[in-house]
Design a protein around this ligand. Structure first.
Ligand code: DON
Length: 562
């Protein structure tokens, strides 16, 4: 017993080494699916799509057919592609749709039930990525997911307990499938999903069916019967968008990440640009001084996120200005070397390109929700995928489409539901992120790739709503500034600040008791909580080319390579 426990913990302490290929996901079966796909001759995209569909089966809280996400691909030849398959608001959606006659937010209206659902993009995104860059047939890539759904798999302790979610019980089909009508699944029991297997088979047979065929009609009919807004036209009109990834540098490394409608890449680069002016290495990982400077950088990047970020197809987002190193230098001048800047006293420094825009937009409060999943893949040729997908909240809207066996997202909650009201993640955003027909809600998802001397170095990402941005930043800094290996960087205790609320969130374990009073004395309101995030990362050893997988022990994930 003791011996195996030691082995298990040792595994989470060191990166998993492999010579050629690596997959890191939250679930061993999904990682194994990705690795097997590459052994069968597939590339990183085949593996990511195979693992993505497998996660829809083995990780129903976040893996999905009924949600959306972002896929960042860097091919071995250096080409970069970014697919936006974020959900979008149905054509009948409107700015005040979650408010009552008095203009108050209707509790949970944008989070639970059919009206919270935005038009799903995951199936379109995975299928398009596979068609454009995959080497194998879609059927072959989806086969493991179909088998896992049809034949079932043994539930892990955490998965069995997650299925006990009380809100799932509100919807008869969810209660039947995930909770056996109240006779809850236990650890080790085999969980079979025949309806989901059938839906996956139909997609494998004809991927167009989901948006244009019988599957689309069944999906729209079920949603409308439940009181939702999504129509067959909404499904038929859904389009995956290829966008230009955002790029920047950090201490000579190139950082590539998600553009709007995610705030992730821009906020990540803005944070790193501010931090570049400090010798963090000399200050040391998790010292009060390095935490202070990092938090002040997060505070400023989130302040700008709140004001400027939204779907760029509706409102232009000043990306180039926000990730300009000169702008970061101005922000840096506003950081007191030892004391916290209260969020309500924060003022954006003069920066011509932003000043005009800033005067026209007032930041407003919104909310965000609890489940998402990230996977990273590197294949033998050196192609790399970082993909983050989400249902938003854990199990999304909690609605399972009757007869089709999959859960629907509650991504409508990522919009600004009402100015001045915080979202599920306590996030503040501007009117630019108000609900409008066919618009994509602002996201924080931050799939990222880092290059060293133009060569692949890191592939990373995490769930966690707003904390995704600070988690990804802290891991990059862990490796580049503090010389940690990728697993140590993932394991390092996390901290987070997002401008509003004006508090410094820290994980409960891992910070020195000597450090915390130094931070309190510096003006921070500390809030220690349990763990968050689930970083699924890969590093490529610059000397040997070895693939080093680092899955986040916090959530029981697994990196598998060969
Ligand atoms: O797109 C977003 O930013 C959110 N829907 C992500 C939600 C999330 O990461 C929850 N995870 N724990």
């Amino acid at each position: 017993m003791l011996f195996s426990a030691c082995l298990a913990s040792a595994e989470g302490m060191r990166p998993v080494h492999a010579r050629r290929a690596m997959v890191a996901t939250v679930h061993e079966l999904a990682s194994q699916t990705g690795a097997d796909t590459m052994r069968a001759g597939g590339n990183a995209v085949d593996a990511a799509v195979a693992a993505g569909f497998a996660l829809a089966v083995v990780h129903p809280a976040a893996g999905n057919l009924g949600g959306g996400g972002f896929l960042l691909l860097r091919l071995a030849n250096g080409e970069v592609h970014f697919l936006d398959f974020r959900e979008k608001a149905p054509a009948k959606a409107s700015a005040g749709m979650y408010l009552d006659a008095k203009g108050n937010v209707i509790p949970q209206a944008s989070q639970i039930g059919y009206r919270a659902v935005a038009v799903p993009g995951s199936v379109a995104g995975l299928v398009e990525a596979q068609r454009r860059w995959g080497k194998l047939a879609l059927k072959q890539v989806m086969e493991p997911a179909i088998r896992l759904a049809r034949d079932g798999f043994a539930l892990r302790y955490a998965d069995a307990h997650a299925l006990r979610d009380e809100l799932l019980a509100q919807f008869a089909e969810s209660k039947r499938i995930f909770q056996r009508n109240g006779n809850y699944y236990e650890q080790g029991e085999i969980f079979r999903q025949p309806e989901l297997a059938r839906t996956l088979e139909r997609i494998a047979q004809d991927p167009d069916d989901f948006y244009h065929g019988a599957l689309a009609r069944e999906l729209a009919a079920a949603i409308q019967q439940g009181g939702g807004l999504i129509s067959t036209d909404d499904l038929a009109n859904y389009k995956v968008v290829e966008r230009r990834a955002v790029r920047g540098t950090y201490r000579g490394y190139q950082v590539i990440s998600a553009p709007p409608p995610s705030s992730g890449g821009v906020a990540l680069l803005e944070t790193l640009n501010i931090l570049e002016g400090y010798d963090l290495h000399a200050l040391g990982s998790r010292s009060a001084k390095s935490i202070h400077l990092t938090v002040e950088s997060f505070r400023r990047a989130f302040f700008d996120r709140a004001e400027f970020m939204s779907d760029p197809d509706f409102t232009p987002v000043p990306v180039a200005q926000l990730i300009d190193k000169q702008f970061a230098a101005r922000w840096r001048e506003s950081i007191d070397p030892v004391r916290a800047t209260p969020s309500d006293s924060l003022k954006r420094p003069k920066f011509e390109a932003l000043d005009q825009l800033a005067s026209t937009r007032a930041p407003m409060a919104v909310r965000e929700g609890g489940n998402t999943t990230h996977l990273s893949v590197v294949d033998p040729q050196g192609n790399a995928v970082a993909m983050t997908t989400t249902l938003n909240d854990s199990f999304g809207s909690r609605v399972t489409v009757p007869g089709l066996g999959f859960l629907l997202n509650d991504e409508m909650d990522d919009f600004t539901v009402k100015p001045g009201v915080a979202n599920l993640y306590g996030l503040i955003q501007s009117a630019a992120n108000a609900i409008a027909p066919n618009k994509r809600p602002l996201s924080s998802m931050t799939p990222a790739i880092v290059l060293k001397d133009e060569r692949l170095f890191l592939v990373l990402g995490s769930p966690g709503g707003a904390t995704i941005i600070s988690t990804v930043a802290n891991i990059i800094m862990g490796v580049i500034d503090f010389g940690l290996d990728i697993q140590q960087a993932v394991n390092a205790p996390r901290f987070h600040q997002q401008w509003v609320p004006d508090e410094l969130r820290l994980e409960k374990f891992g910070f020195s008791p000597d450090t915390l009073p130094l931070l309190s004395n510096g003006g921070y309101e500390l809030k220690q909580t349990g763990y968050w995030g689930d970083a699924e990362c890969i590093a490529v050893d610059p000397r040997t080319g070895d693939r080093l997988g680092a899955s986040d022990g916090r959530n029981g994930g697994r990196a598998i390579g060969f």
